[in-house]
Design a binder for this molecule. Sequence first.
Ligand code: GLN
Length: 535
Amino acid sequence: MQTETKYIFVTGGVMSGLGKGVVSSSIAKLLQLSNQKVSCVKIDPYLNYDAGTMNPIAHGEVFVTDDGGECDMDIGNYERFLNQSIPKTHNITTAQIYSSVIEAERRGEYLGACVQIIPHVTDAIKDRIRNIAKSENLDVLVVECGGTVGDIESLPFLEALRQMRLEEGTSNVVFVHVTLAPSLDVVGEQKTKPTQHSVQELRRIGIQPDLMAVRCSRPLETSAKRKISLFSNVSEKDVFSCHDAQSILMVPQMLYDQGIVDVIFKKFGKIGLVNTSTNWDKWNAIVSSFANLKDSIKIAMVGKYVKLADSYVSVNDALKHAGAKIGRNVIIDWIDSEELNGNIDSLSKYNGIIVPGGFGERGAEGIIKTANFAREKNIPYLGICFGFQLAAVAFGRYVCGLSNANSTEINPNTEYPVIDLLPEQKFIENKGGSLRLGANEIKIENNTLGFKLYKSNTISKRHRHRYEFNQKYLELFNSNGLTFSGYSDNKKRMEILEIPSHRFYLGVQFHPEFSSRPGYPEESFEAFIQASSSI
Ligand code: GLN
């Protein structure tokens, strides 16, 4: 039977980066723990078709879904909180909506009408949201609208959400507005004026929030709560404090303790409580595994986009998931590979070295030296995608005697193109959405480190690359002690490299970080952290 889906629309005020994604994921998690079939959608009002062409230093990591979407990093948060795979249709952008409207207009589907933002663009937005709810038969769909209320870009989306409340009925739609209550110094009072203004802005475009989620450093004071309630026209019990927490995984409990589940269910006219037995216990056990960790493990993360912590959020999280699993605290030092030249010995103080994905020439030499240093010094090494490719380059140069071996991405004229373009990539012109993307099957050889980790001859992992190992060098690498233990497409592509004589040296062409979840660390991360914990 088709379920009637309830909608939770999450908007943001005051400024960006408040953690709307965490609030959305936490509410979704609580509803999932209450036995609701739930999922999340992220609206990104920018004009890029997807996040794939955006610089991770400016916008955070590009999260890759199983079905090959290059998505906003919030999709990663949803997956990690809900422990479920989210399809790429759940990341909606202005470009996608406008393209679909323009294509429909070219097909003549609007039958001579003048095509306008209202109703045509807003209809396209509503259709997209309702299709997700319907096709996945959801009880609740949480839709997070990116940006800040007042932005020109997000107006058509907010208008569509406003219309949905009218069409679906007030008992089927709940608006949550996330704002900030700053305090100017440690003892200063929490200021509510920015929140008041952002609610006014929201109401000006016709949206009255039902719930307020207020970010603050310390728990929201009663007086601040009272003011926000009064000025926002939201009752006091519907104003929630989202104060700083030791870990974002603690936010669901924080909101639950303030009664958010009850409030939402009441607004929906539903009866439901967080299932206090198995679901909740399991989640609590996972959350508490991240607290009170002992004996730090120091990991050097050597990469290109280290200036913004969000550029590698899934890698950071995957390392933490692995640490929590074995009760160890993982300290990550982000090291810019460009600044490493001549300073490579500084890496010897780390228990393990990880090189995440990356693109282009800048900083590549530092990464090649890093991969070689880890091999020579027997330091556990995990190379992901670019880190796999440049480990192969380092092995070619320093073990196989291929001087100046390189990836053609870095030097197109190299004499030894150890890493080269995938054949199907040679004639591609458009950069957006044209990499090898999404989950692909990988075969793993018996009696290898790869098999030891995955305990299977077949795995499925997400990809995002244009280059791959050049099979011309396979024999040479093998005879010098590097094994390719995983491959795909009938051995057409190499997927896992390892050096059996090394303590732990693993390179993977895929992105294991995207499938790591709290409580269920991805296998290669777990093994890497395990190996790093023993030195
Ligand atoms: N730049 C490399 C490629 O395109 C690696 C990509 C990555 O690390 N995600 O193949």
